[in-house]
Design a protein around this ligand. Structure first.
Ligand SMILES: [Zn+2]
Length: 118
């Protein structure tokens, strides 16, 4: 398959996007399929003078993207509802390391798919 004239670099192995000649400049990115992670979230806020918590079930999506022609690969974690974070690869690795420092055993989580959903 030929690539569009605007595409500077080959797709990374993880890119699942079928790029088109008429892709909007903002959409000229390489993206993976992402992984949906079932999550329970809690948002705390004050109602009058009382701290209350809203607990909801939903999904976060974890995925990679890279603007065509740029080096940096961004790791995105979002709730598909306008809330998301994008961090660089090194930052993401520091987050994983911080989880280990806090005693959240990554190896145990790997062996307990029911805890992380995949
Ligand atoms: Zn691509």
């Amino acid at each position: 398959m030929s690539r569009p004239s605007w595409q500077v670099t080959e797709c990374p192995a993880w890119c699942v996007v079928e790029h088109q000649e008429d892709d909007h400049p903002d959409d000229r990115t390489h993206r993976d399929a992402g992984v949906d992670i079932p999550v329970v979230t809690r948002r705390r806020h004050y109602e009058r003078d009382e701290l209350v918590a809203d607990v909801e079930c939903g999904y976060f999506t974890l995925g990679r993207w890279q603007r065509d022609g740029e080096h940096e690969v961004w790791i995105s974690l979002g709730d598909n509802d306008s809330h998301d974070f994008e961090v660089g690869r090194d930052s993401f690795l520091r987050l994983i390391r911080a989880m280990e420092v806090l005693g959240l055993d990554i190896e145990v989580l790997r062996g307990r798919p029911e805890l992380i959903g995949f």
